[in-house]
Design a protein around this ligand. Structure first.
Ligand SMILES: NCc1[nH]cc(CCC(=O)O)c1CC(=O)O
Length: 341
């Protein structure tokens, strides 16, 4: 595991959301293995800087934790899976994907309103291009406003009357105990979530001396989560070359009549103005011996289907993002992330 014999050091960012999800993982690991865990707060360049997250990129949060892992300042880290780049990190491994939270997006609107009840012209705040595009695609003539900031400050924009509604991940609200704020959990047919939304990634070093910790952390792994995330992320990775367009994906598992696992994957690529969208699905039985590899191929195959159906036009650089986002609002689901992540 490591040279030291004290508690395992779990690196976390200082925001409410990051601390809560890290503490939850620490408690679960202790319950499963009896090993004490201490939280070590990592202050990232993103936390120190006053510059908008959109200019820094969500990568600054992830890479500060990864640097601390590689420097052996911490033993493991917990990330929101959807914020991780698809490329694997050298010397590190994702040792566990704990049970996923509800992956859907949620609407928090004034007066308890649902999406379909918002009058034309209503102001709806969200940062993710994926959500902006799908809100436009609804055709309700909503006035979609790019917003940033942590979960609490986004909720406050509705209570303060600055916006009629905001859209954010249900999982983030669940983790900070604010499910009460939700006025509607959005149907994935209308608002398909980001790949891996609601899932966590538990990461540690991948060296010869780290096998024991990798084995310990595996206690936290949920096989179904790992499979659905593998399919969604494989789709994202296959589409990502130069991608600045909104990509959404959601996989679900079901048992067929013979008790075999079947994975059903939906994917969408939407132009930022919501005018053009390509939405497709695919399902297949997972192999018993290597379900993860089958899950990944479903993701890659669905990506190829999407490209063939015209998603490549929507993925071309400059396919609409520039007109809709203000300068500095980089596209990508990480773009709206504030200090509460
Ligand atoms: N990029 C922001 C981000 N990254 C992770 C979450 C919380 C939800 C999750 O873990 O998927 C959020 C907030 C949001 O999208 O509203």
């Amino acid at each position: 595991m490591s040279a030291h014999n004290g508690p395992l050091r779990l690196g976390t960012r200082g925001s409410a959301l990051a601390r809560t999800q890290s503490q939850h993982v620490a408690d679960a690991l202790r319950a499963a293995t009896g090993r004490p865990v201490e939280l070590v707060e990592i202050v990232t360049a993103g936390d120190r800087s006053a510059a908008p997250v959109e200019q820094l990129g969500v990568g600054v949060f992830v890479s500060a934790l990864r640097d601390a892992l590689l420097a052996k300042e911490i033993d493991f880290a917990v990330h929101s899976y959807k914020d991780l780049p698809t490329a694997p990190a050298d010397g590190l491994v994702i040792a566990a994907t704990p049970v996923r939270q509800d992956p859907r997006d949620a609407l928090v609107a004034r007066d308890g309103l649902h999406l379909s009840e918002l009058p034309p012209g209503s102001t709806v705040g969200t940062g993710a291009v994926r959500r902006i595009a799908q809100l436009h695609a609804l055709g309700h003539q909503l006035d979609v406003r790019p917003i940033r900031g942590n979960v609490d400050s986004r909720l406050r924009k509705v209570t303060d009357g600055e916006l009629d509604a905001v859209v954010l991940a249900r999982a983030g609200l669940a983790r900070i105990g604010r499910l009460d704020a939700i006025t509607e959990t959005l149907d994935p047919m209308l608002m398909l979530p980001a790949p891996a939304q609601g899932a966590l990634a538990v990461e540690c070093r991948d060296g010869d001396g780290d096998r024991e910790l990798v084995r310990l952390l595996a206690h936290l792994d949920d096989a179904d989560t790992r499979l659905t995330v593998a399919a969604e992320r494989a789709l994202l990775a296959a589409l990502e070359a130069g991608c600045s367009a909104p990509v959404a994906a959601l996989a679900v598992l079901a048992e067929d009549e013979d008790g075999a696992l079947e994975l059903y994957l939906r994917g969408a690529v939407i132009s930022l103005d919501g005018v053009r969208d390509v939405r497709l699905s695919r399902s297949a039985r997972l192999s018993i011996t290597d379900p993860e590899t089958t899950a990944e191929s479903i993701g890659r195959e669905l990506a190829a289907d999407l490209l063939e159906a015209g998603a490549d036009d929507l993925l071309a650089p400059g396919a609409g993002a520039d007109e809709i986002l203000r300068p500095g609002d980089a596209p990508g689901d990480g773009s709206q992330s504030g200090s509460a992540r």
